[in-house]
Design a binder for this molecule. Structure first.
Ligand code: 5RP
Length: 230
């Protein structure tokens, strides 16, 4: 039987073909990205020279343990390629990300990358976004008032917790997960959420996919702009 994890591994392995010598590579977060970083580590150990910009402390420490040279957005302002997973992807390649809580750094890296590749298992492909709750990153000072505002918008907000305390991101913020199933216009919704003072970023990634690589059973399917990949 082909497991979800095998699909993730297959998608991750396929993405490595787009990483070339000398590239600055943005490293996403989550289990699919961890597979990608493990495969990339093997290539680096075989002599591939690249540098990585990690989207979370967790992926930084994995990459470091594998001998992948790391750099920062202070040293390089543009990434050649960014590779990451997703929680949901719809047919228009709109995504929900942030299940792992790294959405802010992930969006910053993706925005500043020339090419963006998303790697997912087949369960992530959906007709309509919203089965997965949308993560919203908020500054701790404002989290109560933002919660109240999101309640008023009928978004059923839930403050994410870890060990009975509010979950804290690598940037020291909190995450509120909301239900967006009733919404169709994601761009308007995103703008509305970002207009609330205290909201730092949302996990709605609109227009952030050049290539989508999906592990489906023992195969991988690749959708998107192949020519942009060079
Ligand atoms: C982390 C993310 C991940 O890409 C997303 O949660 C998918 O995770 P996984 O690859 O473990 O299914 O957005 O913030």
């Amino acid at each position: 039987m082909v497991t979800t994890d095998t699909e993730k591994q297959n998608a991750a392995r396929t993405s490595l073909a787009y990483i070339k010598e000398g590239m600055v590579v943005g490293l996403g977060s989550g289990s699919t990205s961890e597979h990608m970083v493990n495969f990339l580590g093997e290539r680096v150990q075989q002599g591939l020279r690249i540098s990585g910009v990690p989207s979370s402390e967790k992926i930084a420490s994995l990459a470091h343990s594998l001998g992948i040279p790391l750099t920062t957005l202070e040293k390089v302002q543009e990434l050649d390629i960014y590779i990451d997973g997703a929680d949901e992807v719809d047919e228009g390649r709109n995504m929900i990300k942030g299940g792992g809580g790294a959405l802010l750094r992930e969006k910053i890296l993706a925005y500043n990358a020339k090419k963006k590749i998303i790697i997912v298992d087949s369960s992530k492909q959906v007709k309509k976004l919203g089965g997965f709750k949308l993560p919203i990153e908020v500054i701790p000072f404002a989290h109560k008032v933002v919660m109240a505002q999101l309640h008023q918008m009928n978004l059923n907000p839930v403050l994410r917790e870890k060990e009975n305390s509010p979950y804290t991101t690598d940037e020291g913020n909190h995450i509120i997960d909301v239900d967006i199933m009733a919404f169709e216009n994601y761009s308007d919704l995103n703008e509305l959420l970002l207009s609330i003072p205290g909201v730092v970023e949302t996990g709605l990634f609109l227009g952030y996919v050049d290539l989508l690589i999906v592990g489906i059973k023992n195969e991988t399917k690749i959708y998107g702009n192949h020519t942009k990949m060079g």
